[in-house]
Design a protein. Structure first.
Length: 411
């Protein structure tokens, strides 16, 4: 059996490695002209690390990132709302690791090259179309760098792992488009001394009044004890204008919201102004589909279920897709039936996460406290909401997303 994987991102490369582990041939077609370590931070929750460990890459990822031990929530006045242990400190078998997304991608890419061979991980390939017959799938590609047509490729089945703007998905859903609800984001990486213990994931404020997520992704980046600190600023505005994926961010578009956020333990404005990297993105997802599989072709990862980047769950779900597909294809039998079984296993759980990320993500804690306190500093938070009520909000998201301690331990 020969499998074509369209897209060499996290899900696509993990699928290729997983299939190779199970003795199944695949070929990866990636649109980028070359694979470089670009991007900002990503958090691998314990259920994502479970999949990474199954690929034999736990040590490589753990040594390249920062192990998160605590998650803390603050209002925009710098008052702590809620704190909980994370990863191993919370009783998981595997750690929670924050890492540069480019570094994660690089580890997967090098591993795929080593296991599959360079002739099976092809770059500069943009999907131009596909067709199916009783024997397989024919894929048409153009060279990304020149636009020139390339010879068609044949495979028994094809998996579209080509991200939020998936060309594979467009074949079956030509009117497909992202959903934007007025939330824009700016992302940066700042080189500085560790914040508090250097192992904490912070959520500060809310999208209504300005929210920022902050966490370290690299230790001792310069031999002087500085970390690379990843941050994501999110602001909801009554606008239909989306940020541009391909443009660098501008401080004047968002910094005024955070300029006065000076706490005993952090000056947020200074963190933003000191960034080495500054990018802008829209906060978008897509409505869940009723169907991913069409004969010999299916979708996985962000091509199947793009979700708001809240709760650090997009990469985890793509990795779970990859392992589920690899297991079902390795079980033998009709590969088309394996794709149908994969869709049956994964479509509903991921749709539920897409909806939860819209309505009740982890930072619902911040929104709830902001509502109860009237967006004012408080003297005693228990007068408004108890710690147990806040913990329940956090646990509800973990259960929907599949990473409570018991669920993360199960394959």
């Amino acid at each position: 059996m020969e499998i074509a994987i369209i897209g060499g991102g996290i899900a696509g490369l993990a699928l290729a490695i997983g299939l190779h582990q199970r003795g199944i041939e695949s070929r990866v077609f990636e649109a980028a002209r070359q694979v470089r370590e670009i991007g900002v931070g990503i958090t691998l929750l314990p259920h994502a690390m479970r999949e990474i460990a199954a690929l034999g890459l736990q040590d490589a990822i753990r040594s390249s990132g920062v192990e998160t031990r605590t998650s803390e929530f603050y209002n925009r006045f710098g008052q702590k709302l809620y704190s909980e242990p994370r990863g191993v400190a919370a009783g998981y078998d595997l750690p929670e690791v924050a890492i540069n997304r480019g570094k994660l991608h690089s580890v997967l890419y090098r591993e795929a090259l080593a296991r599959l061979g360079q002739d099976r991980v092809l770059t500069d390939r943009t999907l131009a179309g596909l067709s199916q017959d009783d024997a397989g799938v024919t894929l048409q590609f153009t060279e990304t760098s020149t636009g020139s047509a390339l010879p068609p490729a044949r495979a028994d089945i094809a998996i579209g792992c080509d991200g939020v703007n998936s060309a594979t998905r467009k074949v079956f859903y030509p009117d497909d488009k992202v959903v934007f609800t007025g939330i824009n984001t700016w992302r940066g990486v700042t080189r500085r001394k560790p914040i508090l213990d250097g192992r904490t994931y912070f959520r500060i404020g809310s999208i209504r009044t300005g929210k920022i997520v902050i966490y370290p992704i690299t230790d001792d980046v310069d031999g002087e004890g500085n970390q690379l600190i990843n941050w994501v600023a999110e602001i909801e505005r009554p606008t239909s204008t989306m940020n541009d994926w391909n443009r660098g961010g501008r401080l004047e578009d968002f910094l005024p919201t955070y300029e006065g956020w000076r706490f005993d333990w952090l000056d947020v404005g200074d963190l933003i102004r000191s960034a080495d990297t500054l990018l802008e993105y829209p906060m978008v997802d897509k409505d869940p589909l009723e169907r991913w599989t069409f004969g010999r072709v299916t979708l996985a990862g962000d091509a199947a279920h793009p979700m708001y980047p809240r709760g650090s769950n997009g990469s985890a779900q793509g990795l779970i897709d990859a392992r589920t597909l690899a297991d079902l294809l390795a079980a033998g039998g009709d590969p088309q039936q394996a794709l149908i079984a994969y869709e049956a296993a994964r479509l509903e759980p991921t749709a539920r996460i897409v909806q939860t990320n819209r309505t009740a993500p982890p930072d619902i804690i911040n929104l709830r406290v902001e509502e109860l306190t009237g967006d004012r500093p408080f003297e005693n938070l228990d007068d408004y909401i108890t710690h147990d009520e806040l913990r329940l909000l956090s646990e509800n998201y973990k259960r929907v997303a599949g990473f409570t301690v018991d669920l993360a331990a199960a394959k």
